[in-house]
Design a protein around this ligand. Structure first.
Ligand SMILES: [Zn+2]
Length: 416
């Protein structure tokens, strides 16, 4: 029931991505002509490191801790241990999962990793500004946009492949005593969510028939029914795929139908959150907290960078807002969560904060790109999202149809 890790590794590194024998960091420095670093004594351990589960020692360590965790079913652990995970030098924010002739791998672009810290830092800055606003009751919205200012600044360290260098130095400290160590851990959680999503495609049998015996789709169908999320994930209608026109007769589901693919993406997200929420030695509540912050920031980064908040016709991925809404609803209810997590009020607060932050990020992103259509985010908008713990409105200026989310599906509002 498993693949050969060795052939997955060979296929990924040797023929597929052209990085046959050494760690990703060697090939990154080589591609940028950084001869001094390549010769540096200090870096030799990392540069000459030989890929095993991954081509990055940090990911390799994290994945091997995950696979050994007793919370992970043994059958999953054996299965996932046969899939190679590689960083790639691609110039896009993306990740993928592939299987070909018994070789399976997951790829995650270094550009994606490098872009995420700015969103995690924005979350901290927005939270600090929100708390100040609650104390002072000062409705000046300027601090909201200010919280997102670091994203544009950070682009210099990741947007250009020839120079990209990872986390921007201004992002390694933040309010409330945040330091580089904290940010590294949350970025790793974000990466593990992305990898977990791609593992999810393998586990759910989207890449081959091999995993069908896990019967995870059936299992998730039952779980989601209990949580009232069955319709959103399994009965996607065409009205959820376009902005903002509703379609009366949803297209019937068939393989390769965008609606089926969107369902698969949501299920992979659920598996991703499940896998990254496994504690790997830390306290369970802290593991879940990092998992959900990382997951939400990873999704916000992708949507903001690709300017893909709403769905176009034929999109294979659900809207980011739907994806975040599902993850927030599941934070305390996934199938390996225990009673202690379900009763944890800190996680309730976190979910509300992330819903409000996502709303602010969506509005700030739309405003930044189309200021004539979308006004800047307001505190009122953030408070509404916080109170309902749901990612709320994309508000448009008057006389332009607004798109709002009621329950969890998009509908048209005439911008009153
Ligand atoms: Zn996917």
């Amino acid at each position: 029931m498993t693949w050969s890790l060795e052939s997955g590794r060979k296929a990924f590194l040797g023929t597929h991505r052209g990085m046959p024998d050494r760690s990703f960091w060697y090939y990154l420095l080589k591609s940028q002509g950084k001869n001094e670093e390549l010769a540096s004594e200090k870096l030799q351990d990392v540069l000459t490191w030989v890929p095993n589960l991954s081509n990055c020692p940090e990911l390799d360590g994290e994945i091997s801790r995950l696979l050994k965790d007793k919370e992970l079913p043994k059958t999953w652990s054996d299965f996932l241990g046969s899939i190679f995970v590689g960083r790639t030098l691609e110039t896009e924010v993306n990740a993928d999962s592939k299987q070909r002739r018994g070789q399976a791998w997951v790829g995650i672009s270094f550009q994606y990793t490098s872009a995420i810290p700015a969103y995690i830092a924005a979350y901290d800055r927005w939270t600090a500004a929100f708390q100040r606003r609650q104390t002072t009751q000062n409705d000046d919205p300027a601090p909201i946009m200010d919280a997102f200012a670091g994203i544009a600044i950070s682009r210099s360290s990741w947007a250009d492949k020839d120079t990209f260098a990872g986390t921007h130095p201004t992002l390694s400290t933040g309010p409330r005593g945040r330091n580089a160590e904290y940010y590294d851990e949350v970025v790793l959680a974000a990466e593990m969510f992305i990898i977990g999503h791609e593992y999810g495609h393998h586990l759910l049998g989207h890449t081959s028939k091999r995993a069908k015996s896990f019967r995870l789709t059936e299992h998730l169908r039952d779980e989601l029914k209990k949580l009232g999320l069955y319709r959103l994930v399994f009965l996607r209608s065409a009205s959820q795929t376009t902005e903002p026109v509703a379609v009366k007769n949803p297209t019937p589901l068939r393989p390769q139908n965008p609606l089926v693919l969107q369902k698969e993406e949501l299920l992979a997200d659920i598996l991703g959150l499940e896998l990254v929420g496994i504690s790997r030695g830390s306290a369970k509540a802290i593991a879940v907290q990092r998992a959900v912050i990382g997951a939400v920031c990873a999704l916000l980064a992708e949507a903001d960078i690709k300017h893909h908040w709403f769905l176009g016709e034929g999109d294979t991925h659900p809207s980011t807002i739907d994806r975040i809404a599902v993850l927030l609803r599941l934070t305390k209810n996934l199938f390996h969560r225990d009673g202690e997590i379900a009763a944890n009020s800190m996680l309730d607060r976190l979910v509300s904060q992330l819903a409000a932050f996502s709303t602010a990020c969506l509005q700030a992103s739309l405003h930044g790109k189309e200021p004539t259509i979308y006004p800047a985010p307001t505190w009122n908008q953030c408070v509404r999202a916080m109170e309902t713990s749901s990612v709320a409105l994309a508000t448009t200026r008057a006389n332009v149809a607004a798109v709002k989310m009621k329950g969890m599906s998009w509908e048209v509002d005439n911008g009153q």
